[in-house]
Design a protein around this ligand. Sequence first.
Ligand SMILES: Nc1ncnc2c1ncn2[C@@H]1O[C@H](COP(=O)(O)OP(=O)(O)OP(=O)(O)O)[C@@H](O)[C@H]1O
Ligand SMILES: Nc1ccn([C@@H]2O[C@H](COP(=O)(O)O)[C@@H](O)[C@H]2O)c(=O)n1
Length: 248
Amino acid sequence: MTDPATHSAETAAAPGAQSAPVVVAIDGPAGSGKSSVSKQVARRLGYGFLDTGAAYRALAWLALERGTDTSDSTSVVDVMGDFDYAISLDPDEHWVRVGETDVTHAIREPRVSEAVSGVARVPAVRQAVNVLFRSMVASSGRPGVVVEGRDITTVVAPDAPVRILLTAAPEVRAARRSAELSSQDAAAVAAALHKRDASDSTVVDFLTAAPGVEVVDSTHLDFDQTVDAVIGVIRTNVPAQTGAHDVI
Ligand SMILES: Nc1ncnc2c1ncn2[C@@H]1O[C@H](COP(=O)(O)OP(=O)(O)OP(=O)(O)O)[C@@H](O)[C@H]1O
Ligand SMILES: Nc1ccn([C@@H]2O[C@H](COP(=O)(O)O)[C@@H](O)[C@H]2O)c(=O)n1
């Protein structure tokens, strides 16, 4: 992997932004709304948005491009050696790149979703991307960053002032994901989602809230209500003068 410091160029500090950003850490299972809700929360507060799953997906994409066996840790670590990764933290301009290739959409393909748990279970990969995530947050130039993924409240940012487990009933998450991927068979989409959760939960516990982590259960909330609930938790934990107020 290339030096994390080189990845901060796209999100260079904005004039006047000096103190460390407020970190809003959001965990949760597949389809719970981590990415869509976090992005909207970031927009509303003028914060950055860091989708950590995109890094694992991009590495899985690169491994597949190279014909690497993603279930073989040693081969995955080899691919990691020259993983030139960049991501936008701007919630209004989301992109993901590996080298010169824009992989924003390619990393959402089912073949990547099927392979990603394999690369995510390699400890050396997790350690390297976590260093990168912390570096990106620190250099975001935003008053705050909403960071979402499976292990954010427990591993990546256990000291964050706001830590939330965003969840929803399994059948609700599956239905939302199916609605999103309407061209695919609903039962197959649900099966893939639950299979990935089962695999991922052997590495990280994202189904139970760690001490101090607040649960936002969106089973009976619509999208906007869920965003409001998350912002409510942020406002309770972050003084307004540090930037937790609506900008849109
Ligand atoms: N409260 C809600 N009500 C209705 N739809 C929702 C709600 N929250 C999220 N969604 C929708 O559910 C789908 C899944 O959300 P999203 O992709 O953000 O989940 P995720 O947790 O990031 O999933 P993954 O971990 O698999 O990437 C999206 O289509 C999103 O718009
Ligand atoms: N903090 C994280 C984030 C993601 N993963 C792994 O990446 C996969 C893709 O994540 P999405 O949020 O884009 O669905 C996920 O299934 C995990 O395998 C992770 O381990 N830790």
